[in-house]
Write a protein that binds this ligand. Structure first.
Ligand code: DAT
Ligand code: MG
Length: 149
């Protein structure tokens, strides 16, 4: 089953959106297989966002993402990478559709509440930044036959 890396960013934690955001993934049917409440080190933040190192917003992005605790998670399920990106909405919350997480909860591209991996390869890379393999749990949920044909 596919896995993705999701992170509720420091603004999401400060704004008490942790429960609301986790609820959306639970209600959709995805399975939580790892979760950590943590503050990113500068090294983790640089590794996570290394594709953006040359962008003008990189310094601000590092400062923001290390400014307070985040909730790092691994969610599992059918097509979860693409589905989570749809559930999050576009990077700029003002362009994100209502009904998406960023569309419902955000205003500014630099305070967009949530991160989600953009491909299966990115998810694998990002999961390794935050979790050891033995921190990702494998378990059965009894509702699976009601979620998958
Ligand atoms: P996403 O988070 O949707 O994958 P991204 O990978 O292009 O978007 O950028 C990573 C983060 O960097 C994004 O969530 C917010 C920030 N960011 C992107 N473009 C920005 C910009 N033009 N100004 C300020 N911050 C930006
Ligand atoms: Mg990205």
């Amino acid at each position: 089953m596919e896995r993705t890396f999701i992170m509720i960013k420091p603004d999401g934690v400060q704004r008490n959106l942790v429960g609301a955001i986790i609820s959306r993934f639970e209600a959709k049917g995805y399975k939580l297989v790892a979760m950590k409440f943590m503050r990113l080190t500068e090294e983790q933040a640089r590794e996570h966002y290394k594709e953006h190192v040359d962008k003008p917003f990189f310094a601000g992005l590092l400062e923001y993402i290390t400014s307070g605790p985040v909730v790092a998670m691994v969610w599992e399920g059918k097509d979860v990478v693409a589905a989570a990106r749809q559930m999050m909405g576009k990077t700029n919350p003002l362009e994100a559709q209502p009904g998406t997480i960023r569309g419902d909860y955000g205003l500014d591209i630099g305070r967009n509440v949530i991160h989600g991996a953009d491909s299966v390869e990115s998810a694998e890379r990002e999961i390794k930044i935050y979790f050891d393999e033995d921190e990702i749990l494998s378990y059965e949920k009894t509702m699976e036959s009601w979620l998958y044909e």
